[in-house]
Structure formats: structure tokens, C-alpha cells
Design a protein around this ligand. Structure first.
Ligand code: GLY
Length: 374
């Protein structure tokens, strides 16, 4: 099945890399989040998505060798370090992995630059500092109204800790990542393989208190992007640890994600929303899940991995044909039809930079480039 997809994969990937290179000439090493009328608007470096545009520059750079892309990504990485060492440090969150894995960690893997390695180490220590040892979880945010909240997205920040453990030969990073993943497996993943976005914990006793809907429809619904963070995050936790509990959790979440997809193949923003068939879609959930499924496929014996690889190829094909924006030169992004935070009315049916990031990462994987920043 996968071989029949190769032609469209090669052309989608080439067009995506060309678009990133063209956009880099206009934006350089900016920080992007969402589009308005087809154009990305810029943000400051402390936004949780600030690693993804420089990360896209590095994905394009590793294929073209274009040093302008590398220079722009490096400049953005310097700005990220500034944002976690000035006063903005007080608002820093669990998404430090999303900021530094696609940038410093990836650039270190590609260039062996020790400044990039140092920034990765700094970020891993900041993420470690959010660990609550009594409850064995990494807390998401700092503000008074969001104390004790632990969210499924953090699973995808754990690779920064696994990377630090290996790179600096310091198992404490790995131990914290394992402890958090075990807690999330217990409190966020339901027996059906569906996930809660948010669980509130008592900060003193570490006991879980209640599930919350967060960016999903309801506490017990199934926010599609949360599913994709869990799918990919548990697959990576297994890749680093070889603990079967993480592999079986990743498979359970993946099975639930695939079974919930509508016939046209693009996830709705929440699989369990009552109007899921007609409500806004989230192409970013599809792109993250596709890359996660390809990861999962590499971790299983080939007979067991193939259905996940095929599901990923089908998902990417649906995203390309139904959400792809590469035919439209007036558009900045790679994918349309993404939804950021529907309950808050933010970024509905737009393009999101992380959707673009995982889309290109997954296309590159389909063509044999399996090394990622994670
Ligand atoms: N980390 C927040 C999100 O996925 O929107």
C-alpha cells in the first residue's frame, strides 16, 4: 500500500520544502503560531509554539544544505535562550520541549555545535524543575488559576529529557520522564485508549482530583490533538526506554485514534463532540498522529507495524488532498483546516505552525528520513 503513495509523497514533500525556503526569505528566523487570511502572524519567543518555525527551517536545511536556512534557525534559537533567561522565565511552561527540541536539539544533531547542546541542556533542566516528586508529574503552567494542572501534551515534551539523559549520561532526566509518563498513563489515558486533556492534582499530596475538558469538548470527550500528543509521546517513551507498558499504551491510543477517524480521513477537533461530523476539523492533530504512527511502526515487528504505517500514509494523503495549501501561492502555510482552541474561540479553521511541522516531518519519514528532533 505504501509504495503506491510514493509519487504524491515526493511531490508534496518537495513543494513543502520549497514553500518553507520561500517563506524564510521573507520571515527569516521568526516565531509563528497561526495564520490570518492565509498569512502567518509573528509572535514573541516565549510563545509555546516558538520552536516550530525554526524547526521547519532545519527540516528543509537538512535536505537542501541551504546555509541561509541554518543561519535563520540559529538566530531564532539564540532568541529562545534569551526568552528563558530574562524575566519571561517566570512564566515558562512545560512546553519548553516544544521550543528547544526542534531547534537546539535538532541543530546539535545536524551540526554538533556545542552552543546548541548547551541550550538543550539548559531547557532540559528547566523542564526537570517542574517535576512534583510527591505526585510524580510535571506541572504544566505557573499562574495561580492553573496550579496543579497536568496535561497530555507534556508527553511530547519528554523527549527533551530522554535526549538529555543520553547526551549527558545523566539518568536522572530519564527517571523523571518515566515517572511522569507512568502517571499520565494512569490518570490521562482511559481503558478505551481515549485521553483526558487536563487532570488537576493536589500540589501538596500529589493526588489526582478531577479531569477537565481543557481544549476538548468535555472532561470525558476525546480532543483529537491530545490523542495525537499521547500517541506520539508514548511511542517515543518506548523508543527510549523499551518499557512495554509504554508501547502497549501507544498502540491503544493509536487504535482508538484510527477507529475514530471519519471516512474522509481528517480528524474533527474532538472525536467525541456531539457534532463531530460537521464541526471544525483539526489537520494538526492528523499531522502529529501521522508522524507518531510512523514512529510506532518502526518500533514493532514488521507485520504488526505495517497497519500503522499504512494508516499514517492514508492520513497524510487525506491531509494533502483535503487540507493542503501548497497549490495556492498567496498562502504561507502547508496545511489549512486546523483548530487551535475551539472552546476559547481561538484559531478555528486556520493554519497552525505545528501542524505544518509534523506534516513535513512525516513526509520526510515516508521517504526514509527517520531521524527527528524528538
Ligand atoms: N499544547 C497546546 C496545544 O496543543 O494546543
Amino acid at each position: 500500500m505504501m509504495t503506491t503513495h510514493l509519487e504524491w509523497v515526493a511531490s508534496a514533500r518537495a513543494a513543502a520544502e520549497t514553500r518553507v525556503t520561500t517563506l524564510a526569505a521573507r520571515l527569516g528566523g521568526a516565531y509563528l503560531h497561526a495564520t490570518r487570511e492565509g498569512r502567518y502572524i509573528t509572535h514573541s519567543a516565549d510563545e509555546w509554539t516558538s520552536g516550530f518555525w525554526p524547526g521547519l527551517l532545519l527540516l528543509a536545511y537538512r535536505c537542501s544544505g541551504d546555509h541561509e536556512l541554518l543561519a535563520a534557525a540559529t538566530a531564532a534559537e539564540v532568541g529562545l535562550e534569551q526568552a528563558v533567561t530574562d524575566d519571561r522565565l517566570l512564566l515558562l511552561h512545560h512546553d519548553v520541549g516544544f521550543q528547544f527540541s526542534p531547534t537546539a536539539v535538532m541543530r546539535y544533531k545536524l551540526t554538533s555545535d556545542l552552543a546548541a547542546r548547551r541550550r538543550g541542556f539548559l531547557a532540559a533542566n528547566l523542564l526537570m524543575g517542574r517535576f512534583n516528586p510527591v505526585g510524580a508529574f510535571i506541572e504544566a503552567w505557573n499562574t495561580e488559576d492553573r496550579r496543579g494542572l497536568v496535561i497530555i501534551d507534556t508527553m511530547m515534551n519528554l523527549p527533551l529529557l530522554f535526549w538529555a539523559a543520553e547526551t549527558f549520561n545523566q539518568p536522572r532526566f530519564r527517571n523523571v520522564a518515566i515517572a511522569h509518563a507512568r502517571t499520565a498513563m494512569r490518570t490521562h489515558v482511559r481503558p478505551s485508549g481515549e485521553t483526558h486533556h487536563v487532570v488537576r492534582f493536589d500540589q501538596e499530596t500529589g493526588a489526582p482530583q478531577e479531569a477537565r475538558g481543557g481544549q476538548g469538548y468535555a472532561p470525558d470527550s476525546c480532543w483529537s490533538r491530545g490523542q495525537s500528543w499521547a500517541l506520539y509521546g508514548f511511542a517515543l517513551a518506548y523508543r527510549y526506554t523499551h518499557l512495554n507498558e509504554f508501547l502497549s499504551t501507544a498502540c491503544r491510543v493509536a487504535d482508538s485514534f484510527i477507529a475514530a477517524l471519519p471516512p474522509e480521513g481528517v480528524p474533527p477537533w474532538d472525536f467525541a463532540a456531539p457534532d463531530a461530523a460537521t464541526s471544525p476539523r483539526d489537520s494538526s492533530a492528523g499531522a502529529i498522529a501521522a508522524s507518531g504512527l510512523l514512529e510506532l511502526a518502526t518500533l514493532l515487528p514488521s507485520g504488526e507495524g505495517l497497519p500503522y504505517a499504512n494508516a499514517a500514509a492514508d492520513l497524510l494523503h487525506a491531509l494533502t488532498t483535503r487540507c493542503g495549501m501548497l497549490h495556492d501561492p498567496a498562502y504561507d502555510a502547508l496545511l489549512g483546516h486546523a483548530t487551535g482552541n475551539l472552546p476559547k474561540g481561538q484559531n478555528i479553521d486556520v493554519s497552525l505552525i505545528y501542524g505544518d511541522y509534523y506534516y513535513l516531518e512525516a513526509l520526510q519519514k515516508l521517504e526514509g528520513l527517520h531521524e527527528t528532533c524528538w
